[in-house]
Design a protein around this ligand. Sequence first.
Ligand code: XMP
Length: 531
Amino acid sequence: MNIVLTEVWGVCPATMRKTEKSGGITILDFGSQYTQLIARRIRELEVYSEILPWNASPDVILGGKPKGLILSGGPRSTTGTDAPRLDRSLMEGEIPILGICYGMQLIAHTLGGEVKKGRLGEYGRTRVVFENGGGEKILSGVPASIDVWMSHWDEVSRLPEGASAFGASESGALAAYSIDGGRITALQFHPEVDTTEYGREMLSNFLFGICGCEPNWKLGDWVKRSLESIASEVSETDRVICGISGGVDSTVAAVLVSKVAGDRLDCIFVDHGFMRKGEPERVVEAYKRLNLRIRHVDASDRFLAAVKSITNPEEKRKTIGELFVRVFEEEALKCGGAKWLLQGTIYPDVIESGSKGGDVIKSHHNVGGLPDDMEIELLEPIRELFKDEVRRIGPLLGIPEEMLKRHPFPGPGLAVRCLGNLERERLDILREADAIFIDEIKSAGLYDSIWQAFCVLLPVRSVGVAGDVRTYGETVVLRAVASRDGMTAESVRLPWDLVDRTAKRICQEVPQVGRVTMDVTGKPPATIEWE
Ligand code: XMP
């Protein structure tokens, strides 16, 4: 398949941006762990925001006609020779700019100020005092002294010409300054982080008071515009194929496109045999209820044969991913002459696929890497949405809550939760144990407040005793995590009677299991899945 990809660093070039996005905010990413958070905070204020890499050209940056720019924080020092920079012409133009942390230091460095290593650096909650003699718009409704979140080593030691300071931290370090009557506003602290008091107000003041944005990023309108945009791309004769898993993203993408393409959309559900208990049946039923044509392909024998003797996690993921693509392609060809391949790519995937030089922790399995010998174009209607936005538009499209609230499930499914020999019998044990755990969590009313809960089957047996008889059973691990986006996670403190009841039920109802343990590790240092 020859997929026509139009992305530059994971984002549309300026010429391809849709006009409705004009009037939003562009965030230039200097590598901060909070860049996505800034984008979310702005969208929560109902203003469209997008992220571009720091080295995007001024033409690309201004091509989207943003009302303002935000320069994110970042891990580097502006004093380094190879530090990320920003074209000075952007600062000298008319567009409002908010610099945060590294962004604040970069503005000073670029315009002739001085940045140097602070004596101690500032990390965590810090008291800041403002002086609002100049009537800084960013401070409207903000008290003269607040707690903020700091995370920096360098500090601005001399302001550029024409800049005026309006805030300092308790250690005396410069915390805020502005240039050109507040058109450029620079904050050493992070207004996007919850710990910063009045952070939301400061961002709101920047958007509405300084940039003149309108609060017009409404998801209902987004659905309408998105349908118009899909209709303008997918002609009345084009066929579309789509790989679905029953997860939120692919389901929302499929329902959205089906409103335009109707029965010219074929949803292909490749069942690799690593689904949870009853899941294939549930997915097929749900799709039928949504009036989507679904092609259910039971390829479990092929997948099991391919991974039977593989225990290395990366090799397992790659083998499953490659076979998945092959099976999907075979089925796609049977559907005949599709022009479009629909994918449920969402904004964090777009941003992450653009970052370069990172360590490969896990090869994620998506339909993305189709071979090069089939002419097909990629359709990604929800690529600008965050997960919570995808969940919120689901009900607008008539998708049942139960599908929207499903815990995330990895592409390779139970294969990365069944360690050791991947045999049907062991997968069945895991399926049963997992269903019991989820049943208990649902009965306790905790399912919706947990990011992910599941069982893992270990390649470890242990000795036990049942009815005076020695047993030598399998080991199941319970894992429940809280997370905002899957990037970091904390173990959930489940009520002990729930854990106790789950362990008893698993050992009773799944007699092959002799021991139930619990994984209480966060991410980092662990990952959420075991492989
Ligand atoms: P890890 O295990 O890397 O997982 O901490 C982070 C989140 O991603 C999910 N995950 C995947 N999702 N394809 C997916 O679509 C995959 O191959 C995959 N591997 C892990 C995982 O369940 C968690 O929510």
